[in-house]
Design a protein around this ligand. Structure first.
Ligand SMILES: [Zn+2]
Length: 239
């Protein structure tokens, strides 16, 4: 039984019998893993806050051959997300993040970019970044890293590059972008504020969001982009 040590983000825990818990955690080097933490349900247990959702923890675990669940040996808390869960709106946003990571990531597949995205978003939320913007940023990147974010800067019909200021449409199903010339039939007009926000998100770090006053001007576009993200998330989770 080899012992592994991984930096991980805790996703969820479930009760197992009277005393134990199953822990779903996202490791930096080995992707999503599930394991048993013996005694974690007891009032006084050796895990403390290190198994709270979104905690950044260092986990030592044994892998057993032909078993899905690993055995968690020890957990050391590196960074507590407690501040996030003191505020209702931030807690909801955090729960949605966990849900997305859990839904989009296959087991045992390392995804360093997603790992960094989660850490950066948690930190931005703790430092007072707008919840609406942080969740929009997280959703766009999560969908993009999963390879399912549609290209809103190229016409899917004639391949023309569409600048941020140009009018564009989304074809039925909201997966394909069309330019003005290719827009025939019943397509949805994309809100003019969505492309500039998306352009910013794809080219900047979330940490610098608070420094950009211009983002506040795109309130309506942010709402639209968030709604589109939600639509794409539903669409791809139901496949
Ligand atoms: Zn076109």
């Amino acid at each position: 039984m080899p012992l592994h040590q991984s930096d991980a983000i805790i996703l969820k825990t479930y009760p197992l019998g009277e005393a134990d818990r199953i822990v779903a955690f996202f490791t930096r080097d080995r992707g999503k893993v599930r394991g048993v933490a013996n005694g974690a349900r007891k009032m006084k247990n050796r895990f403390g806050a290190s198994l709270e959702p979104l905690a950044h923890s260092r986990i030592e675990y044994f892998e057993k051959e032909n078993r899905d669940l690993v055995r968690i040996q020890s957990v050391e808390l590196l960074d507590s997300p407690m501040k996030l869960f003191q505020d209702y709106d931030r807690a909801v946003c955090a729960a949605q993040m966990i849900d997305l990571v859990d839904r989009f990531l296959p087991e045992h597949e390392p995804q360093d970019a997603v790992f960094r995205l989660v850490r950066v978003t948690v930190q931005a939320l703790e430092q007072g970044c707008s919840i609406e913007f942080a969740s929009c940023y997280f959703e766009v990147w999560m969908l993009r890293l999963a390879g399912v974010f549609p290209d809103l800067f190229t016409c899917s019909s004639c391949a023309t590059t569409l600048d941020t200021g140009v009018e564009r449409f989304l074809a039925a199903g909201l997966q394909k972008t069309l330019c003005v010339s290719c827009n025939t039939g019943t397509n949805v007009t994309l809100h003019a504020d969505v492309p500039p926000i998306l352009y910013w998100i794809l080219r900047n770090k979330l940490e610098s969001a608070s420094a950009v006053d211009a983002l506040g001007e795109f309130g309506r576009g942010m709402k639209n982009l968030h709604e589109l993200n939600q639509y794409w998330i539903r669409h791809y989770s139901e496949r």
